[in-house]
Design a protein around this ligand. Structure first.
Ligand code: GDP
Ligand code: IMO
Ligand code: MG
Length: 428
């Protein structure tokens, strides 16, 4: 039975959390398959605002099970804090949140290494949560998995081994003995908190699929932050694209029936790196303020740009996007004209495909077409036909140029502020 992947089609923060929250009512299980608490998914549920980092947005929907898959990196402390904070607000996780025994564990020294590198002249503008260094250990085959963390002797041996391996770099920050102490501070409590949530989630998901239940796969970050297909090296250390869902959750690729790409009606990015359609000045400030474009995780102001169809075509291809959700259409109200990038120009030539070269990504110039803007408050609109004609035209233009159906149009933060054009087809 079907799995639907909800993938960020830009550089993250497209509104995946809101869209997953909308669709989670129709799902039996919501699954995060990559990343860690670098993600920040803001979801407005029952009038309350939640900022989720590690836990799937389905936790806010009563009936859904939620899975933190093997493809994630998990900080036991952040996990405890996030679960406890939700608990205090009446959201219970026990019995409906499941953590893979094969996910990798972020330890204090990963965070130290992330900060050391960010401050040491090799900065990428990371979230400083230790994500990259933890994935490095995974690939180097020295990582600590959740199942290792739960066995005190195995854990101790791995930490001692890894502190030796990373000694040269780490000792620039603190004496190794102090780092070791930090790693073991609170260990028993953190392990005790985590243990009841852990299981083989690939087996759990296979059982769900065999029973014909629906899985909603929630990506963190976005296609352009993908380790392989993003703006390397200014990317995250995992694969948000839809293929990552099979690897990062341990489900069969053939279980994936639909891929919903989430894109803003314009573009944003936090952190460093190429951003061909970035705009400066008053227009950028205006959209940043209207759209509250500040990072959920780090509070950094987001960089703002026009919609980039070259970049979106690449996202559609690498994830096999079958339909789109366009968010924050309301934020564009009052902008006239609206620019849309249809191709790039690089070294005098027109470029239709997103380039691999970092130099070309930095130096290519967007070729824009103007689309007439619309005005008025559209947050209360619930039917596509009730949108101003020019707002509809903008959506239809994107649909036509990307050759993808726009199934959902989001016009505000809350679940209610959503226009469904074809809700059923989204699941594939
Ligand atoms: P995510 O990381 O992809 O889940 O996105 P974020 O939560 O980091 O950023 C999206 C922001 O836009 C959040 O503050 C959402 O509450 C908000 N948002 C989502 N959809 C809409 C929309 O259609 N209109 C407006 N005005 N805000 C939205
Ligand atoms: P959500 O799930 C936007 C960016 C960071 C940095 C790069 C690498 O909310 O869309 P990392 O800490 O992952 O090593 O940082 O990736 N980044 C995000 N940008 N939204 C996110 O998550 C992000 N997670 C990481 O800013 O440029
Ligand atoms: Mg976010």
């Amino acid at each position: 039975m079907p799995a639907l992947v909800v993938v960020g089609a830009q550089w993250g923060d497209e509104g995946k959390g809101k869209i997953v929250h909308c669709l989670a009512e129709e799902a039996d299980c919501v699954v995060r398959y990559q990343g860690g608490n670098n993600a920040g998914h803001t979801v407005v549920s029952g009038g309350k605002t939640f900022a989720l980092h590690l836990i799937p947005s389905g936790i806010l929907v009563r009936r859904a099970h939620n899975v933190i898959g093997n493809g994630l990196v998990l900080s036991p402390r952040s996990f405890m804090e996030e679960v406890s904070a939700l608990n205090k607000r009446g959201i219970r996780s026990k019995g409906r949140l499941h953590v893979s025994l094969m996910a990798h564990v972020i330890l204090p020294y990963h965070i130290m290494l992330d900060i050391l590198r960010e401050d040491g002249g090799r900065g990428l503008g990371t979230t400083r949560r230790g994500i990259g260094p933890c994935y490095e250990d995974k690939v180097a085959r020295i990582g600590v998995r959740v199942c290792d963390y739960l066995e005190p002797d195995t854990f101790k041996a791995l930490v001692d081994q890894n502190l030796r391996i990373r000694a040269a770099e780490l000792s620039r920050m603190k004496p190794l003995s102090a780092i070791r102490e930090e790693v073991f501070a609170d260990y028993a409590r953190l392990r005790g908190f985590l243990a009841p949530f852990c299981r083989d989630t690939s087996v759990f998901l296979a059982e769900h699929l065999a029973k014909g239940r629906r899985l909603l796969m929630e990506s963190a970050q976005g296609a352009m932050l993908d380790l392989d297909f993003g703006t390397y090296p200014f990317v995250t250390s995992s694969n948000p694209i839809a293929g990552g869902a099979a690897v990062g959750a341990g489900i069969a690729p053939s279980a994936i029936r639909g891929v919903l790409g989430v894109t803003k009606a314009y573009t944003t990015r936090v952190g460093l790196g190429p951003f061909p359609t970035e705009m400066e000045g008053r227009m950028a400030s205006r959209l940043r303020e209207i759209g509250h474009e500040y990072g959920t995780t780090t509070g950094r102001p987001r960089r703002i740009g026009w919609l980039d169809l070259v970049q979106l075509r690449a996202a559609a291809r690498t994830s096999g996007i079958t339909s789109l959700a366009i968010t924050k259409l309301d934020t564009l109200s009052g902008t006239d004209p609206i620019k849309v990038c249809v191709a790039y120009r690089y070294k005098g030539k027109r470029v239709e495909e997103f380039p691999a070269s970092r130099r070309a990504q930095m130096e290519c110039e967007p070729i824009y077409e103007n689309i007439p803007g619309f005005a008025g408050d559209i947050q209360s609109v619930r039917r596509f036909a009730d949108l101003p004609v020019r707002a509809r035209r903008y959506v239809l233009e994107v649909e036509k140029r990307l050759k993808l159906p726009v199934a959902i149009v989001s016009v505000g933060k809350s679940r209610e502020e959503t226009i469904y054009r074809d809700r059923r087809s989204v699941w594939g």
